[in-house]
Design a protein around this ligand. Structure first.
Ligand code: FAD
Ligand code: NAI
Length: 475
C-alpha cells in the first residue's frame, strides 16, 4: 500500500536532507529518499557534499596541510621532525571515517526529527491523467505519495567528450579523492575550484601537478587583484598552471595518460601523466527521475526549470540545490531547502543570492562575497576600494602566515559594502563577518567602527574597512 506524506524529498544531499529536517520541524509529515550506498551497500546520506565533495576534500586538504607544515613550517618554530612521511592509506582511512561520521550524523538527525528515510532510487510514476506517485527501487520496493515533492537530486561530474571516467587513470572528483598512492605526474584539466583544491592536496603529498585550463585568464570569476595574487602564490608553490590550452586527443595506456594539446600560442604539445583528473564543471542530475514521463520541465542546460522561489512548472513540485540554476554550493542548496520547506508550510522563506559566499580551500584560502572590482567597473558603479595585507597583522605574523590581503569595495556615495574579497589564512572563517555585514547592508564605516579582538586575523577586516577612507591604523 502507498505510504502518504505531506512532503517527500528526493535526494539527501545538503539541499534535500536540510529541506526534510526543516519540513519536519514545521510539523509536516516528511519522507526523504536517497540512493547513495556506502562500501557495505548501506545508506550514506549527505549526497555529493558528504561522500565525494566538501567533506572528504577538506579532510584531505587538512591532512596534507599538516604534512606540509610538519615538513617546512614547523622548523621555523624550533620543532624539528626527523623521518617525516605520509601514510596515504591512513590518510584515506581517516577521510573515510570523517565521511561516515557525517553519514551517521544525518541518519541520527532524521530519527530525531521523525523524518522517514527510504534508501533507494526514486522515480516519478504517472498514475492518472494529472496524478503521479513516487516509486522507490531499493532493498524493498515502496510506493510513496506526497502532497508536496522536493527534488534535490544534485549534480554529476562532466566528462570530456569521448573520454569516460574509469576512476583509475581518468578521474572525476570521486577518483581524485580516493587515490591510494601519490602519483609522480598528476595532470588536471580545469583550473577551477576542484582542480585547485585537488591539485593542492596531491602537490602537498608530493606529486608534480600540471593544471591545463582552457581560458586565458586565471580564476576569471574572482576579483582580478585577488586572482593575480593567487596565481603568483600557486605558481610559487610549483603548481604548473597552463592557461589558454586547447585539448586534443587523450589516450590511456599501461603507463598512464597521454594528452595532446596546443598551448596559448598555438604550439602543439604532448604531456604524459600517471593519472588525469578532469574537473571541468558539473551537470544537473535528473537521470532516473522520469521527468519527461510526468512533464517536469528542464531548461536548455538540463537543469530543472524553477522560478525564483524554486517552484517547478508542476503544481506542488519544487526543486533545490545543484539540480537548479545558481551556484553549485552546499550552503546555497541548504538555504533553498529551508526556504522551500518554509514556503510549503505557508511561511515566507527567502534566499539572498547577493550574499552567498564562495570559498576556495587552497593555501592560502580564497573567499569572497558580493561584487568583484571588474564587475563594478563593467556595471559603471562608482566605488571606493580599501586593501589591508595580512603582512601588517600581528596575529598573522605569530601564526607564521602573512600571505594575502583583505579587500573592501564600497559604494562611492553611500559607503554601502558591495563586495569583500579575501586571500589569506582562514579566509573561509573571516568571510562570515563580510556576509553578515552585507546581509545587514552595512557601510564600510560600520565595520571600521566595530571593536575587533586583538590580536586576531579579523582585525584585517576592520583595517580594510578603514582603508576605504585611507585611514588604516596599522599600515
Ligand atoms: P547532492 O549533494 O549531489 O545530493 C543529491 C543526492 O540525491 C545524492 O545523494 C544522490 O545520490 C541522490 N539522488 C539523485 N537522484 C536520485 C534518485 N532518483 N533517487 C534517490 N536519490 C537520488 N560546495 C561547498 O559549498 N563547499 C565545498 O567545500 C564544496 N566542495 C566540493 C568538493 C568537491 C570535490 C565537489 C564535487 C563538490 C563540492 N561542493 C562544495 C559542491 C557541493 O558538493 C554541492 O553543491 C552540493 O552537494 C549540492 O547539494 P545537493 O543537495 O543539491 O545535491
Ligand atoms: P569549475 O566551474 O569551478 O571549473 C571548471 C574549469 O574547467 C573552468 O576554469 C573552465 O574554464 C575549465 N574548463 C572547462 N572545459 C575545459 C576544457 N575542455 N579544457 C580545459 N579547461 C576546461 O568546476 P569544477 O572545478 O569541476 O567544480 C564544479 C563545481 O563544484 C564548482 O563550480 C563549485 O560549484 C563546486 N565546488 C565547490 C567547492 C568549494 O566551494 N570550495 C570545491 C569544489 C567544487
Amino acid at each position: 500500500m502507498a505510504k502518504q506524506f505531506d512532503v517527500v524529498v528526493i535526494g539527501a544531499g545538503p539541499g534535500g536532507y536540510i529541506a526534510a529536517i526543516r519540513a519536519a520541524q514545521l510539523g509536516l509529515s516528511t519522507a526523504c529518499i536517497d540512493d547513495w550506498k556506502n562500501k557495505k551497500g548501506g545508506p550514506a546520506p549527505g549526497g555529493t557534499c558528504t561522500n565525494v565533495g566538501c567533506i572528504p576534500s577538506k579532510a584531505l586538504l587538512q591532512s596534507t596541510e599538516n604534512f606540509e607544515h610538519a615538513g617546512h613550517g614547523f622548523a621555523d618554530h624550533g620543532i624539528e621532525i626527523q623521518g617525516l612521511s605520509l601514510n596515504i592509506a591512513q590518510m584515506q582511512a581517516r577521510k573515510e571515517k570523517v565521511v561516515s561520521q557525517n553519514n551517521e550524523g544525518i541518519l541520527y538527525l532524521f530519527k530525531k526529527n521523525k523524518v522517514s528515510f527510504f534508501h533507494g532510487a526514486a522515480a516519478f510514476v504517472k498514475s492518472s491523467e494529472d496524478g503521479y506517485h513516487i516509486s522507490v527501487n531499493g532493498d524493498k520496493a515502496e510506493t510513496i505519495i506526497g502532497k508536496h515533492i522536493v527534488v534535490a537530486t544534485g549534480s554529476v561530474p562532466r566528462n570530456l567528450p569521448g573520454v569516460e571516467f574509469d576512476e583509475k587513470l581518468i578521474l572525476s572528483n570521486t577518483g581524485a579523492l580516493a587515490i591510494d598512492a601519490v602519483p609522480k605526474r598528476l595532470g588536471i584539466i580545469g583550473a577551477g575550484v576542484i582542480g585547485l583544491e585537488m591539485g593542492s592536496v596531491w602537490r602537498r603529498a608530493g606529486a608534480n601537478v600540471t593544471i591545463l585550463e582552457a581560458l586565458p585568464t586565471f580564476l576569471g570569476a574572482v576579483d582580478e587583484q585577488i586572482a593575480k595574487e593567487a596565481e603568483k602564490l600557486f605558481r610559487k608553490q610549483s603548481l604548473d598552471i597552463r592557461l589558454g590550452v586547447k585539448l586534443g586527443t587523450i589516450t590511456t595506456n599501461k603507463n598512464g595518460v597521454k594528452l595532446e594539446y596546443t598551448d596559448s600560442e598555438g604550439k602543439a604539445e604532448v604531456a604524459e601523466f600517471d593519472k588525469l583528473i578532469v574537473s571541468i564543471g558539473r551537470l544537473p542530475n535528473t537521470s532516473g527521475l522520469n521527468a519527461d514521463g510526468i512533464g517536469l520541465q528542464l531548461d536548455e542546460r538540463g537543469f530543472i526549470a524553477v522560478d525564483g522561489d524554486c517552484r517547478t512548472k508542476l503544481p506542488n513540485v519544487w526543486a533545490v540545490g545543484d539540480v537548479v540554476r545558481g551556484p553549485m554550493l552546499a550552503h546555497k542548496a541548504e538555504e533553498e531547502g529551508v526556504a522551500v520547506a518554509e514556503r510549503i508550510a505557508g511561511q515566507h522563506g527567502h534566499v539572498n543570492f547577493n550574499t552567498i559566499p564562495w570559498v576556495i580551500y587552497t593555501s592560502p584560502e580564497i573567499a569572497w562575497v558580493g561584487k568583484t572590482e571588474q564587475e563594478l567597473k563593467r556595471e559603471g558603479v562608482q566605488y571606493k576600494a580599501g586593501v589591508f595585507p595580512f603582512a601588517a597583522n600581528g596575529r598573522a605574523r605569530a601564526l607564521g602566515d602573512t600571505t594575502g590581503m583583505v579587500k573592501f569595495l564600497a559604494d562611492a556615495k553611500t559607503d554601502e559594502i558591495l563586495g569583500i574579497h579575501i586571500i589569506g589564512p582562514l579566509a573561509s572563517e573571516l568571510i562570515a563577518e563580510a556576509v553578515v555585514a552585507m546581509e545587514f547592508r552595512a557601510s564600510s564605516e560600520d565595520i571600521a567602527r566595530i571593536c575587533h579582538a586583538h590580536p586576531s586575523l579579523a582585525e584585517t577586516t576592520k583595517e580594510a574597512a578603514l582603508a576605504v577612507e585611507k585611514r588604516s591604523l596599522n599600515y
